[in-house]
Design a protein around this ligand. Sequence first.
Ligand SMILES: Cc1cc2nc3c(=O)[nH]c(=O)nc-3n(C[C@H](O)[C@H](O)[C@H](O)COP(=O)(O)OP(=O)(O)OC[C@H]3O[C@@H](n4cnc5c(N)ncnc54)[C@H](O)[C@@H]3O)c2cc1C
Length: 484
Amino acid sequence: MALNLRSRFEMSGRDGEPVEVDSHHVRALAARIHGSILTPGEIGFDEAVQTWNAMVKKRPALVIQPASSQDVVQAVKFAKSHHTLLSVKGGGHHLAGMSLTDGGLTLDMSRLRSVEVDPDRRRAVVGAGCRLGDVDRATQAYGLATVLGSDADTGVAGLTLGGGFGALSRRFGWTVDNLEEVDVVTADGQLLRASEIENADLFWALKGGGGNFGAVTRFTFRLHEVGPVITGGNIVWGAERATQVLDLYREATQAAPRELTLALTMRVAPSAPSMPERIRGKPIIAMQVCHTGDFAQARKDLAPLRAFEPVLVTVGQRPYVEQQRVLGGPQPNGFQQYWKSEFVSGLPGAFLSAFRRQADLITAPRSQVILFQLGGAVADCEPAATAFGNRDAEHVFLVAGTWLPEDSGAETHIGWVRSSWKALAPFSTGGNYANAHSGDEDESRIRAAYRDSLDRLLEVKTAYDPENLFRGNLTLSAAQSNGR
Ligand SMILES: Cc1cc2nc3c(=O)[nH]c(=O)nc-3n(C[C@H](O)[C@H](O)[C@H](O)COP(=O)(O)OP(=O)(O)OC[C@H]3O[C@@H](n4cnc5c(N)ncnc54)[C@H](O)[C@@H]3O)c2cc1C
């Protein structure tokens, strides 16, 4: 095994300085844990450090794949005592690649992937390495669900720790509004339970404050009756009708009951067999529909959209699990990604016109501008109830730049995202989604993401991680390094 061939590991220290770790310490750690330790070149290492965004090029020196919470305790103690950089990887989907550090130790949670559903208590206990699809599949076996996003391969951990939204948010709020309890290993190597009654300040911070407070080993979510068959699918128009379709989206979202969530995308139609030939490769505007109410009501609520002469309608009765897998279309690994987002509280005409103009300027065939409907139960809680607030959000917009690594136009595509964001940002509530941050966000964007929660988050950070062991997360460390 590669560990035996080395006398020492050259790693990055917490402030980027080189740290040498004698290999007998690594072997001793390997003997204390049930999970695996991987080094560069070993089978499984490249997969363990793969992230969704191909722009991320970080390469840790060691990967630990814990098999239990106690393994996580050992790994955190190891990083602390050897002063190495530490990062925690859930599903590896964050755009900024914060789940990895160059030369550091990465805790890859992919072996903690169990989901235990208690249908009587309506609770699911979810391992920190689970993907959204793992949870949707397990809970839907009982006709239950919690609030999760729409790409089945995204990590539950990162999504939840950043707030989380999805097609059930209008009924049940942010993902963190459905969190009952968290098990977390803090910087001093203690395994703590955090809930409304135990370590309540830590629990509040974990509800949106990111991975700044410890390594979470499992989450307990509240479940609700959903489906298992719902009404969902896509409705597509040619982009020449964008102005009218955007008005239709505004009217339909204003009239929508909480059971209905719409998302709208403008992009170039893929050359997929599912697309009518006449629109393949042409600019389109599409709505993704998820209606979890009764079927007769869904038919009534969706009638105005169907009547607007789309070129394609795939809306029908389908399993909620399938809907969650296909709503946004497949989102494969391997593309370079640069995104920006803001929350908006309304859709004034000037915003919709600017949104359409930016879609016209798209520079890469897979790039898109997206509007996702929020509101409803999101506003039912007090803003201060969770670290992730943004309770005034009626929609979130995303400007998503996506291109192949071999495309030489990266600067152009990034430039389009930045200029589109600048054109749309004046309509923001002032809040944005830290889970959609790219790697170059500055302190002002981090402050805007957390707004009134930032001071309290920094207090909890000081209490639980005074030496900033969990520093890979851009959310708090940038604000701290600026003298907070
Ligand atoms: C295709 C796609 C679709 C998306 N759709 C949605 C959506 O519908 N709704 C939505 O809300 N968001 C959505 N997102 C954003 C998503 O919430 C974030 O990318 C999120 O960070 C992904 O979590 P992850 O575990 O995969 O990420 P990772 O990159 O693994 O982790 C993200 C951050 O969380 C930290 N972290 C991960 N696991 C732990 C842990 N166990 N303990 C402590 N810290 C940890 C990491 O260190 C890192 O800082 C989407 C993203 C993509 C790429």
